[in-house]
Design a protein around this ligand. Structure first.
Ligand code: FE2
Ligand code: FE2
Length: 306
């Protein structure tokens, strides 16, 4: 299994660190291009839409994608602050790396708020987005640390996959979107490694009963994520109708809802829990019976590590 260190994470972070103004200053979205790659969007599978409408659907979905990242960062930043306190004074490498991680996540939340402003300006109205970040963050933070960290690791590994496989070499995609997610990817790659280190630490020497609780909590958290995705998909379809300035009609609305939800489930759940680095970590901290329990709960999404 991969070996990471807090010190390497911190030094890499210092090498790639950016300011919000480096990301957004003087930049605009191009409405004639797609803002999300095919795999992260329901556009191509929505057969009732014209090519122009498919492009527009990706704009609405990208606004939601940026919002949902800011949403999860609401709990990741405080969790890292709490974990960092375990190292204060006696392990400055870990303390420094984790507090820097939290500070980067706070910056990302501010970045995604600014991005939402740019999205709203480009589509011409404020997108409807799910509320309740604080309540959700509070609920997530009440769960077992191991469960919160496994969820966080899945999220931060999928940010790597989305940029590298969907955006990095995708010249047809909107350049501003690629730039935002390149910057996010650069810093998230250290976060994913620190999630790995912290997850191993959280599960080390844990009592069997607590490990079971962590698995119960993880299943509950993924279920809660799915609930949020359903809510945002509903809003995406409303946003899309407003953007098109016409109702879709019942059958097209249903089709778009299902395709967008399918893409969101892949984006926010499947691409994280099937990421090879996540699977390695998951296999290291769970028993085969627990892996099977999670796999069953996720409907077979989680495949065994290669
Ligand atoms: Fe982030
Ligand atoms: Fe992160």
């Amino acid at each position: 299994m991969a070996q990471y260190t807090y010190e390497d994470c911190l030094q890499n972070s210092y090498r790639v660190n950016w300011k919000i103004s480096d990301v957004v200053s003087g930049q605009r979205f191009d409405p004639s291009r797609r803002w999300l790659p095919a795999r992260l969007s329901g556009a191509d599978a929505s057969r009732s839409l014209s090519p122009e409408e498919k492009t527009k659907l990706t704009h609405v979905e990208m606004g939601a994608y940026a919002h949902l990242f800011g949403y999860v960062e609401e709990f990741i930043a405080p969790k890292m602050v709490t974990l960092a306190r375990d190292f204060e004074i006696d392990n400055r490498e870990a303390f420094d790396a984790l507090t820097n991680f939290a500070a980067e996540e706070v910056k990302h939340m501010h970045l995604f708020r600014e991005v939402r402003g740019h999205v709203n300006a480009a589509v011409g109205f404020p997108l409807a987005l799910i509320p309740g970040q604080k309540e959700v963050a509070r609920a997530v933070l009440s769960k077992q640390t191991g469960a919160v960290l496994l969820l966080t690791a899945a999220i931060e590994w999928f940010t790597q996959l989305h940029y590298l496989t969907g955006m990095k070499d995708n010249e047809a995609l909107d350049p501003f979107t690629r730039h935002i997610f390149k910057c996010h990817w650069l810093e998230e790659s250290q976060h994913a490694r620190m999630d790995h280190l912290e997850t191993l630490r959280a599960f080390k020497g844990i009592a069997d009963a607590d490990r079971e609780t962590a698995i119960d909590d993880l299943i509950e958290l993924v279920g809660a994520v799915d609930g949020l995705l359903r809510q945002q998909t509903d809003l995406d379809v409303d946003n899309f109708e407003r953007y098109l300035d016409r109702p879709l009609g019942a059958s097209a609305r249903q089709e778009v809802y299902e395709r967008v939800l399918g893409a969101k489930r892949y984006t926010f759940i499947e691409s994280g829990v099937t990421h090879p680095n996540f699977l390695q970590l998951f296999a290291a901290v769970t028993t085969p019976a627990q892996q099977e329990r999670v796999q069953k709960a996720l409907g077979g999404v989680l495949q065994p590590a290669a």
